[in-house]
Design a protein around this ligand. Structure first.
Ligand code: GLN
Length: 483
């Protein structure tokens, strides 16, 4: 295996800056692994061919990375893994990508996902399912499955994902990599194709917390082109990675650590708590009233926003066009029937139903009050704790092919992750164990809004004392040659 792949993004950038590794060699190695592995893993929808400028003097310059295919890059296809946008080439680049490119990042390609980022298995893609590099019979999680797989299998050193209700943290946990959803409003949504705008955030998936901090330092910041962007100042996150957790109070919410969590996950989370304690933190179980309802509210609110955001794809303004209808209404029906897949149609129907007539009061308003209750619960938890520690999922990732059997059961699995999106909190998933079947286990850390540095520092501290983030699946780096 090529030793280059074992470096973190920061280490590779350092080696390039010192002249020990040539930028072009890293790029060629990345393309070689992507090309060799993609037929098996299906993590990329397209590879980029365009030359990209070399910029020196940036902490990640020259490092090959990938971008989830619901984030726009000018002159590159952005499909959202949907037939609807199969041939869409955006005329502009998302702010987050623009910031990385102008800091010398090299984008290898656009990664596969659940159609329009709706889902948690990366199986609903029009371009076929993504496979888990640890075990090809399993889903890599989702919706940013392609990004997590590209990092976990050594195709790139980091990737951008998007997280509306767990879509960065869930696949990061399933694939044994570190992923972070930053505080809502800190990374511009300009150029991110909307799913549920009040929850959508772009964030990094990388080898470790230090890489996540470096990537976020490049992409965070106010942007006039996103009306929900937070004004500055933004203190650099990398500077907050001291590894010292003395005085940090960590709570483990009881609702997320009950009998629904399987034994390997429980064990891994309590081992994780022990490591954090040894670093100086105090860790205690706590009561989190009402948070068990957060996932239901998330699904009501996300579906209603999806139904209105996806209304623009009518085959006229946006999207593919179905066969001629006898009137414009029929034409829209043909285009939308052709362009959208089953799960997306289910969400649009649910969202439209939840907003019609009395349902608005019965469901939508109720979901909003649950959201406000979750915010209150978190506010009172932050009086006592600086961080919360939870599992990312209750058990192993789903096996491929099970996605359509019971959608509601799959929705329930988001109960540990969706609450962070409801309250706009920073949340990170890091590898903290491996189960007997050889699949990784993830731990989640949450903090109050703008506590991104506290989250990253706790993950950094954990990774100083553990090796889980250094475990690689057998396929890692294969196809990249040897050095
Ligand atoms: N699984 C969740 C959903 O299907 C979250 C998706 C996401 O975060 N983009 O809505």
């Amino acid at each position: 295996m090529n030793r280059l792949f074992d470096l973190t993004a920061l280490e590779l950038a350092g080696a390039i800056a010192r002249g020990e590794v040539r930028r072009d060699d890293a790029i060629h190695a990345a393309f070689a692994v992507c090309t060799a592995q993609n037929p098996q893993l299906n993590s990329f929808i397209s590879l980029t061919s365009a030359a990209q400028p070399d910029v020196v003097n940036s902490p990640l310059s020259g490092v090959p990375m990938a971008v989830k295919d619901n984030i726009c890059m000018a002159r590159s296809r952005t499909t959202c893994a949907s037939r609807m946008l199969e041939h869409f080439i955006p005329p502009y680049t998302a702010t987050a990508v623009e910031r990385l490119l102008s800091a010398g990042a090299f984008c290898v390609g656009k990664t596969n996902l659940d159609e329009f980022a709706i889902g948690s298995t990366s199986e609903t893609s029009y371009f076929g399912p993504v496979k888990n590099p640890w075990n090809l019979a399993y889903s890599p999680g989702g919706s940013s499955g392609g990004s997590a797989v590209a990092v976990a299998s050594g195709q790139v050193w980091y990737a951008l994902g998007s997280d509306t209700g767990g879509s960065i943290r869930h696949p990061a946990a399933c694939c044994g990599v570190t992923g972070m959803k930053p505080t809502y409003g800190t990374v511009s949504r300009y150029g991110l194709v909307s799913y549920a705008s009040s929850f959508d955030q772009i964030g990094p998936i990388a080898r470790d917390a230090a890489d996540c901090a470096a990537i976020l330092d490049l992409i965070r910041g106010h942007d006039d082109r996103d009306s929900t962007s937070r004004p500055g100042p933004y203190a650099p996150l990398s500077g907050q990675l001291t590894g010292d957790l003395r005085g940090i109070r960590i709570g483990i919410p009881d609702v997320y650590f009950d009998q629904r969590v399987d034994e390997p996950t429980r064990q891994a989370i309590s081992d994780c708590a022990d490591v954090l304690r040894q670093r100086g933190a105090t860790v205690a179980l706590c009561h989190a009233a009402g948070l068990e309802h957060a996932v239901h509210a998330y699904y009501v609110l996300a579906c209603t926003q999806a139904s209105s955001n996806l209304a623009r794809y009518d085959g006229v303004r946006f999207g593919c066009r179905g066969c001629e209808g006898s009137n414009v209404q029929e034409q829209f029906v043909h285009s939308r029937s052709l362009g959208f897949g089953r799960e997306v149609k289910r969400r649009i129907l649910l969202g439209t139903h939840l907003l019609s007539g009395d349902n608005y009061e019965t469901y939508y308003k109720k979901a909003l009050s649950v959201l406000h209750q979750a915010e209150d619960t978190f506010r009172s938890l932050w009086q006592e704790f600086d961080l919360l520690l939870t599992p990312v999922m209750p058990g192993p990732p789903p096996k491929l092919g099970q996605e359509s059997n019971n959608p509601v059961a799959l929705y329930q699995e988001d109960r540990y992750v969706a609450c962070a999106n409801l309250a706009g909190l920073p949340a990170l998933s890091m590898p903290c164990g491996i189960r007997q079947e050889g699949l990784p286990i993830g731990a989640q850390l949450l903090a109050p809004p703008m506590g991104d540095g506290t989250v990253l520092n706790a993950a950094f501290a954990f990774q100083q004392d553990t090796h889980w983030h250094r475990r690689r699946p057998p396929i890692f780096g294969l196809g990249g040659g040897t050095t």
